[in-house]
Design a protein around this ligand. Structure first.
Ligand code: C2E
Ligand code: MG
Ligand code: MG
Length: 635
């Protein structure tokens, strides 16, 4: 008996502590939170009622029998609420209870209503319990209805926990299932052994666990705006997709918001964001609004709300000039409006849509909907094509000749990967390489290209036709993957190729990436004897420190600077002096994208000693390349 009283006292203290803690935290109110509060109050009340009854029953049962009768009555009245409330809380977390009709709610609560009716009728018909003349408590047959109702609710909860486990079992909600199990275990124990009064205690331990893992929303809220963040969005969107809810998604990407934040003194820039968020919140009542990232808001609009009206209102808001002090701010915004699941049906697609920024837009507000959302699915289709090409190793390697000014001959070439898919036709590398970098397929592609290059160097006798080395592109992601050097060694050995025949091209963005693994791999490659070329110089940060510290054999200057030089004298001067400086430092300059005689003359006069571009040739199939080089080099 004293153990039971101890359990009740502990449970009551824990409950009250939880309630005070949550009050002090002043959480944002949500339906889930309200239900959890009800649960906490309910467990507190039932634990106290049980505690009092246990104490009085141990004194003089006959004298206290009326008091105990009322206490038990209140206890049942409240206790029967626990299973439905707890299950409802789980359904809210799981997204199952989202946007359900009144009919659903009535059905859901029917077993509870029946149980409550039985409790209310108990004083008349002894349905749930009764006290005998000695003041001893007895269960009535009707109590089994309450048990069946509780079991039913638990089954519903367990079912949804299993269904959504994969989504909710993520790093933000670890432990959620454990605490759920604690609650269920307590109920089961007390139902089987009614004398072990453990339920109130396990209830509150479970609720405390849920409070600390789920309810606290750790990592799920944007500190500044108080809005749910990307992680929260991904959990909820994942659940809604799983439950096949129909809804719409409106995403807003403020392309230049960050620029404004950066130029303003602290606080000012953030006010631009806050002003916007509050205006947008005012036209999106009933929707779920998330702060996806620093420049993106995402809104989920559920059935019954007018998404077109909401999109129009948002457009009206972002179109307006925001005045802040002496600044007039016009945000460049991309608004995407999609129906789920018609336009987008996966979490990856949703992310793609939120993060999409079409190139070269010059309007202040761009609306993307309908056909302009095709790119979302395109990425999946391309991904499948890449996968097919990896499986049948059907990527082709084309070679683009590189001409040397001094000898007037083609002395090297760049290996460029080509994907010609049976369904999609030709897919350009500018499309499939970034996609493959995102999902890791680039590693397999890189290996296929490297092996094919090794094979071609031997099979087509590149050295014999005057090709001294082949430039092979190496992505940052390949460099970060383990065992790159081992695999390269294997391919080189298989075909008996010396490393001097291959120059590895890395881009500026990759070269300035700081990672210990990456630096180590780069060193290992250089120790193996590979030379490095810096690709696309001038497109990214143009980090001169990087150029000076790594010993690049070739600097490849990006085509864009050359093309801009045609019309802009500043670019022309910059290009000329860049080439001259690098040449002075002893680097070779490969100028990419040379298409005309004028361009050729300009860059060679500035000092570029190697030229790659359509002026000499486009990238060619391996047999055509050999034919071309033989003819050009007079072999
Ligand atoms: P990149 O490495 O800078 O390759 C040069 C790109 O410029 C090639 O495009 C080439 O066809 C194009 N190009 C060369 N000269 C001219 C010209 O005179 N005019 C024009 N308009 N274009 C010219 P491509 O083959 O479409 O490749 C695009 C990018 O895809 C490459 O840029 C490279 O970053 C990537 N890529 C291609 N193959 C591979 C590969 O095997 N592995 C990796 N990691 N990336 C690759
Ligand atoms: Mg390249
Ligand atoms: Mg390049």
């Amino acid at each position: 008996m004293s153990v039971n009283i101890g359990l009740y006292i502990s449970a009551s203290i824990l409950c009250i502590s939880c309630i005070i803690y949550r009050y002090l935290r002043r959480y944002r109110k949500t339906v889930e939170r309200r239900v959890l509060s009800l649960l906490l109050w309910n467990v507190t009340a039932t634990a106290v009622l049980d505690l009092v009854k246990n104490v009085t029953a141990s004194l003089d049962p006959v004298q206290w029998s009326t008091f105990n009768y009322i206490d038990t009555f209140l206890f049942f009245l409240l206790h029967s609420m626990l299973p439905p409330l707890f299950t409802y809380y789980i359904l809210l977390l799981n997204g199952v209870a989202k946007n359900k009709t009144l009919k659903y709610r009535v059905c859901f609560f029917t077993p509870f209503i029946i149980t409550e009716a039985f409790v209310l009728l108990t004083p008349l018909f002894d349905i749930i319990y009764y006290y005998d003349e000695n003041g001893v408590y007895h269960r009535g047959n009707g109590v089994y209805v309450a048990y069946i109702s509780a079991v039913l609710y638990m089954f519903i909860a367990v079912g949804t926990v299993i269904k959504t486990g994969k989504i909710l079992r993520n790093r933000y909600m670890k432990g959620y299932e454990l605490y759920f199990t604690v609650v269920v275990a307590g109920m089961v124990i007390q139902a089987i052994w009614p004398n072990i009064k453990v339920e109130a205690f396990t209830d509150i331990v479970g609720l405390l666990g849920i409070m600390l893992t789920v309810d606290c929303n750790e990592g799920l809220i944007d500190e500044y705006t108080g809005l749910p963040n990307k992680a929260s969005f991904e959990i909820n969107a994942g659940l809604y997709l799983l439950h096949k809810y129909k809804c719409s998604m409106i995403s807003m990407r403020f392309q230049n918001l960050k620029t404004f934040k950066n130029i303003f003194i602290a606080g000012h820039g953030d006010r631009v964001g806050m002003k916007l968020f509050s205006e947008i919140q005012s036209v999106t009542e009933g929707c779920e609004i998330y702060k996806y990232d620093e420049k993106t808001l995402v809104i989920l609009v559920f059935e019954g709300l007018d998404k077109d009206r909401i999109a129009k209102d948002i457009e009206g808001i972002v179109e307006k000039t925001i005045t802040l002090g002496e600044f007039n701010i016009n945000l460049r915004t991309i608004i995407s409006v999609a129906s789920i699941p018609e336009d987008v049906d996966s979490i990856e697609g949703i992310e793609r849509m939120a993060e999409y920024e079409p190139q070269s837009i010059n309007k202040q507000v761009t609306i993307l909907e309908g056909d302009s959302l095709d790119y979302i699915k395109r990425e999946d289709i391309v991904e499948e094509a890449v996968y097919r090409a990896i499986v049948d190793k059907s990527f082709e390697v084309y070679y683009q000749p590189i001409w040397e000014k001094e000898s007037g001959k083609i002395i090297s070439c760049e290996a460029l990967c080509r994907l010609n898919d049976s369904k999609l036709g030709f897919v350009p590398p500018s499309e499939f390489i970034p996609i493959s970098e995102k999902n890791g397929n680039i590693i397999a592609i890189g290996d296929i290209v490297f092996e094919k290059v090794c094979r071609d160097i031997v099979e087509l006798d590149f050295e014999g036709i005057g090709i001294e080395c082949v430039e092979v592109n190496l992505s940052l992601y390949q460099l970060l993957a383990r065992k790159l050097t081992e695999r390269y060694k294997e391919f080189l050995n298989k075909y008996g190729i010396p490393t001097r025949m291959i120059n590895l091209e890395i881009t500026e963005t990759a070269a300035s990436f700081e990672s210990a693994d990456f630096g180590k791999t780069l060193e290992e490659l250089m120790e193996m004897g590979f030379s490095l070329s810096l690709d696309d110089y001038g497109t990214a940060y143009s980090n001169i420190e990087n150029v000076l510290t790594v010993n690049y054999k070739n600097i490849k200057i990006d085509s864009k600077i050359l093309w801009d030089s045609d019309s802009n004298v500043n670019f022309r001067n910059l290009l000329g002096s860049t080439i001259a400086s690098f040449r002075k430092m002893g680097n070779n300059i490969i100028q990419e994208g040379v298409e005309t005689k004028e361009q050729l003359d300009f860059v060679t006069e500035a000092g570029a000693n190697l030229i790659q571009g359509y002026y000499f040739s486009k990238p060619l199939r391996r047999d055509e390349f050999v034919k071309f080089v033989k003819k050009f080099n007079n072999v």
